[in-house]
Design a binder for this molecule. Sequence first.
Ligand code: LLP
Length: 415
Amino acid sequence: MNHFQRKRGQLYCEDVPLAELAGEVGTPAYVYSQATLLRHARVFRSALRGLDFLACFAVKSAPNLALLRLLAGEGYGFDIVSGGELFRAIEAGGDPRRIVFSGVGKRADEIAAALDARILQFNCESEEELAQLSRVAVGKKAIAPVALRVNPDVDARTHPYIATALASSKFGVPAGRVRKAYRLAASLPGLHVEGVACHIGSQIASIRPFVEAAAKMRELVVRLRADGHDIQRLDMGGGLGVPYGDGPEPASPQQYGEALVRALKGLPVKVLLEPGRLLVANAGVLLTRVLLTKEGHRGRKFVVVDAGMNDLLRPALYDAHHEIEAVARPRRGGAIVDVVGPVCESSDVLAKRRRLPPLSAGDLVVLRTAGAYGMAMASQYNARPRPAEVLVEGRSWRIIRSRETYKDLIRGETT
Ligand code: LLP
C-alpha cells in the first residue's frame, strides 16, 4: 500500500500532483510520501506485538535526516554502520540508547565516538574486532556493550550481492567458532557481553530463511546462557523484501511478525530488528523528465531521461527492476523501450525492455519503489549534482535535501 496514486489520470504523491512538484523543484528528484512511511513503520511494529522488541531502522537504506526523524518519532532506534551514520542518527534526534553499530570493519575513531555517545550495542563480526573494541574501550576507561554477529549459514535465496549469511560470506563469525569467540569476549577487559546478532541478507521474499535463522539463533542463545554469558538481546537483523514488480511476491510484515513471534516466544531476551527497505522502499519514487527519444540499431527504441545510474544505481549494479510509468495520463499506443540515463556507461539503463506509452521530450516519468537504497547510493559520477529530496505530507511538501549545485561538486577541492 502506498500513496502514489492516479487521480483523473494524473499521478499524485498523496494530494500533490507530481507534475506540479516537478515544475517547482525540478528533476531528477526523489519524492517521499510521509503517510506511506508512517504506515509502514506502524504496520511493522504492530506485526511484532507479542515480542519484547526494539526496531532499529537501517540508516544505510535512507539516511536523510527528515526521514530518520520521522522514524525516531515512531519509537524506532537505528542500525548504523559508520561514524557518519552515527552522526546522522544523532543529528536527527535518535536516542543513542537505541542505536546498534553493525559492520565488518570499524575504525578506532568511529568506535570511540560510539562509546562517547553511549550506544546500546556494538555488533562485532570477528575475534580481531573484539580485541580492537576492547583496546579502544580500555583506553577510554569505558565498558563497551557487545554482541557477536553470527553467521547462521542459511540460504536467503536472494541476489548473491545481498545474501550475507552463506558460509562463503565475509559477514559474521562462523557458527563453529561462536562459543570460543564468546569466551574471548568475556575474558577481554572493557567489554560486556550483552547480546547475539545475525542478518541473513536483503530483499528476502520467503519467511523460511528467517524461521530457519531464528531457530538456530534461539538454540544459540540457550547454549550461550548455559555457558554463563548474560545474553539479554537477540538481534535478528533486517532483510524482508518488498514487491518491485518482478519476482515473487514477498511475505507480508504480518506473516514475518507472526513467524518470528512463534519462533522466539518465551525466550528471555529483547528481540532487536533492523528493517530498512521494508519501511522506505515504497515510500519513495524517483521523478525524472524525458530529454529525448532516439532509435538505435535495428529499430531499438531508447527514452533518454535526466536521471542516470549516478542517481539510481540499483538497476546497473544488481540488474534490479523498478516499475516505471508516465506521470501524465498515459497516451494510447506505446512500444517496447529502454529507459536510459545520460551517463557515459553502457550500464546506465534504468529500465530495460518495458512497454511504455508514447513519450516525448519534456514528459515526466517515475521510477517506483526507489525510497530505499536510491538516494542512499547516489553519487556525483560524471560531475552530476545529486537530486533534490522532497517530503510530501497531504497537500503540502517541503524540500528535505536541496538539489546539489556545481559548487557542491568542487567543495573541498583545490587546483
Ligand atoms: N542490518 C544489516 C547488518 C545490514 O547489512 C542491512 C542491509 C540491513 C540491516 C537492512 O536490510 P534491509 O531490511 O534493508 O533488507 N544496496 C542493496 C541492499 C544492501 C543491503 C545491505 N545490508 C540494494 O539496493 O538492494
